[in-house]
Design a protein around this ligand. Structure first.
Ligand code: ZN
Length: 338
């Protein structure tokens, strides 16, 4: 009997710069591109999975990245997709069918289909005109790139957790930041750039400025669930329970100790309030700027917390006591979140 543990594949899609401009401004364009990508992959999985019927569905979690490794704006998509299809059974149950290995020709064919359908959507939505779409289709790859090289086996739970943590990571890694002097920060890049660059040199305000541009707009999800893992799927419970029995029977590693960072977090305070004080004694008010700065702190300190919108931000403030002082123009402002 084949394993009930589902393999997972990571798909990464990036689109031409011209389309990224719209993706940053039009949430419906983000949804449309993700929808097209997952529909094309699902159709391919159904065709290439032995025993899959037209009702078989994939399960996926997609992450909308708004940043690149240079702390730059670069909207693209990372999707963790179970490598096969869930076949619905009688009684509200499901069975997972493993997909066949993917060839590079198949990835190229999927990429071409995604490119064609995405450009057609942009033309239909009057964001691009038909001549531009024809010209972009005539280019070699048209600025589109689709990668599906990463696979995690069903039994590699630690690998799956690493993959999901990687996909959910914030735009900024504190360990890469080094302070040379009061007004000079070095941000070490994860890999050598084509131009030989290995680090960014920034002032503290330039760093805040770059990070502020990467904060996602409020009320937009940073990750989404699709197929049988979608919140409205009637088979979601059966799909998420699938294979758990095998997991609990398998030898479990000892539970990891709580991280020192979590242990260091202060206990949630009973009262909840936000105060912004100026150290020069002048009156102040809670305006967007320090709020944005606090969001940056929360992004860096609590990377798994999704600070989207004011409500979540306030909820985070209630949970954690954060007192920070900022340099530059914010140096006279102390933000106290209790
Ligand atoms: Zn990426």
């Amino acid at each position: 009997m084949s394993s009930r543990r589902c393999r997972c594949a990571k798909w990464v899609l990036s689109v031409p710069k011209r389309l990224r401009w719209y993706l940053e401004r039009e949430p419906k364009a983000v949804s449309a591109v993700l929808h097209i990508l997952l529909r094309v992959i699902e159709a391919h999985v159904r065709q290439t999975t032995p025993g899959a019927s037209p009702q078989a569905r994939i399960g996926a979690v997609s992450f909308v990245y708004r940043f690149g490794s240079l702390l730059n704006r670069h909207i693209h998509f990372h999707c963790c997709i179970l490598d096969g299809a869930f076949e619905p059974l009688e009684g509200g149950q499901v069975r997972f069918l493993h997909a066949q290995a993917l060839t590079s020709q198949e990835v190229a064919a999927i990429a071409a289909r995604v490119r064609y359908r995405v450009l057609r959507w942009f033309a239909r939505s009057a964001l691009l005109d038909a001549d531009d779409v024809r010209a972009m289709l005539a280019w070699d790859s048209g600025g589109f790139s689709l990668d599906a090289a990463v696979r995690i086996s069903g039994h590699d739970r630690a690998g799956l957790e690493r993959l999901l943590r990687y996909c959910a990571r914030p735009p900024f890694a504190l360990e890469r930041l080094e302070q040379l002097e009061a007004q000079r920060l070095i941000y070490h890049l994860p890999k050598l750039q084509r131009n030989g660059r290995t680090a960014l040199s920034l002032t503290p305000l330039e760093l805040l400025d770059q990070l502020a541009a990467l904060i996602p707009p409020p009320c937009l999800h940073r990750h989404r669930y699709h197929g049988l893992l979608a919140p409205n799927s009637p088979l979601r419970t059966a799909a998420t329970a699938y294979g758990r029995e095998e997991a609990s029977n398998a030898e479990q590693p000892p539970p990891a100790a709580a991280s020192p960072f979590l242990l260091a977090l202060p206990a949630p305070p009973s009262a909840s309030k936000i105060a912004v004080q100026r150290t020069d004694g002048r009156p102040t008010r809670l305006d967007w700027r320090p709020t944005q700065a606090c969001l940056l702190v929360l992004l860096v300190r609590f990377p798994l917390y999704p600070p989207v919108g004011r409500l979540n931000f306030l909820a985070a403030c209630r949970t954690y006591r954060v007192t920070y002082c900022f340099g530059g123009t914010l140096s006279r402002t102390r933000i106290i979140l209790n």
